[in-house]
Write a protein that binds this ligand. Structure first.
Ligand code: C2E
Ligand code: CA
Ligand code: CA
Ligand code: CA
Length: 277
């Protein structure tokens, strides 16, 4: 469904076709949600396999209509990317995550990861925006991690590397999201100033019975460790997957097995009651 959503909007972008009536309604509802700061951030823990502790959390956007209907990010993020609304929505998410970080830090969380869209990353003043949020929210730069997909890093590479280098100098971490889905080859990895990669759930899903997924996952982990990158496995749902990932030398995991994404208040309770931390 995600892929279809993406393709649909990429198609819309390229063809400059008019939006459907329901898309137009959704867009104006999304604008209201942005204007009224009615979007929400949920947080999903990321676990260090070597200690079993929660080290960081990923911020994930949520949108619920006034009538209580939840719209999936798989639907509204591509819409927001097509309309440009991801710029204000993403700016809000970044600032909210950095604000929430103070409470998370007191609960023992070391870092928050925020998703970025291509449109945000390629803006002329992107780095200055990060700088401003860090200053406004008094966030130590190494407590912020930005998640960028492979495709974002592959497009417009000179500019991307320049921005990544400035982020690295500033101490902000960058992770490559959905790794393995971008067909980009592995050699470029060692030239990119990034610290982490996240293996896409597509490879983790069938890990305990798919030999090819095991080979790919093991390959990604080996290659990452050779170039000094940390690895997070996404979408971990079973003990069996964890056993295999640990055996392969994967450092970190995230998925429903540990916890689903949840609102800040629930996460703070979860962290308190959790033996993990
Ligand atoms: P993503 O960045 O790859 O985020 C991981 C997605 O996998 C999340 O879906 C999360 O809820 C889901 N997930 C985590 N563990 C498991 C698991 O064990 N099993 C399964 N089946 N799913 C799991 P979600 O929250 O629906 O977000 C979907 C996508 O929407 C994200 O994929 C990301 O691409 C985008 N997105 C979400 N929030 C933001 C945001 O603030 N900004 C931007 N630009 N994109 C966002
Ligand atoms: Ca992500
Ligand atoms: Ca991901
Ligand atoms: Ca994904």
């Amino acid at each position: 469904a995600k892929q279809q959503g993406r393709n649909h909007w990429q198609f819309y972008n390229k063809q400059r076709k008019s939006m459907s009536a329901s898309d137009i309604i959704l867009r104006s509802q999304l604008q209201q949600a942005i204007d009224n700061e009615a979007l929400q951030l949920y947080y999903q823990p990321i676990i260090d396999f070597s200690t079993g502790k929660i080290v960081s959390v990923e911020a994930l956007m949520r949108w619920t209509l006034n009538d209580g209907t939840a719209i999936s990010p798989v639907e509204f993020i591509p819409l927001a990317e097509a309309t440009g609304q991801i710029i204000p929505a993403g700016a809000w998410a970044l600032k909210q995550a950095c604000t929430d970080l103070h409470k998370l830090q007191q609960a023992g969380v070391q870092r928050v990861a925020v998703n970025l869209s291509a449109l945000q990353f390629h803006r002329a003043n992107f780095f200055e925006q990060i700088e401003k949020v860090l200053n406004d929210t008094q966030t130590p730069p190494d407590m912020l991690e930005l998640e960028l997909t492979e495709s974002i890093l592959m497009e417009n590479t000179d500019n991307a590397i320049n921005v990544l280098e400035r982020l690295r100098e500033r101490g902000v971490r960058v992770a490559i999201d959905d790794f393995g889905t971008g067909f980009s080859g592995l050699s470029y990895l060692k030239t990119l100033p990034v610290t982490k990669l996240k293996i896409d759930r597509a490879f983790i899903k069938e890990l305990d019975h798919s030999l090819s997924d095991q080979v790919i996952t093991q390959g990604i982990i080996n290659m990452a460790s050779q170039v000094g990158l940390e690895v997070i496995a996404e979408g971990v749902e079973t003990k069996e997957q964890i056993a295999i990932l640990k055996q392969f030398g994967c450092g970190y995991g995230q998925g429903y097995y540990f916890a689903r994404p949840m609102p800040l208040t629930d996460l703070l309770i979860f962290l308190q009651n959790s033996d993990l931390i």
